[in-house]
Design a protein around this ligand. Structure first.
Ligand SMILES: [Zn+2]
Length: 70
């Protein structure tokens, strides 16, 4: 299988939200509704970023504790 065959037209990709064939007007989604669902997923993901950073802060605290133990 050639994924980068320039002579082949782009195959219709399934909607990443529901798996239905994507529509031209709302690519890569099958409908505006699915595009909206994906957008909300993106916004939701942004809220998780600060949580990950907090994890790094905890790591620093643990390091401090180790130094004290030494
Ligand atoms: Zn869809």
């Amino acid at each position: 299988m050639n994924a980068h065959d320039p002579s082949q037209p782009h195959p219709a990709r399934p909607c990443p939200v529901c798996g239905k064939p994507a529509a031209h007007a709302t690519r890569p989604f099958c409908s505006k509704r699915c595009a909206d669902v994906d957008l909300h997923r993106w916004l939701g993901g942004h809220y998780r970023v600060p949580v990950v950073e907090e994890d790094g802060g905890l790591d620093d605290t643990a390091r401090d504790d180790s130094a004290r133990d030494d």
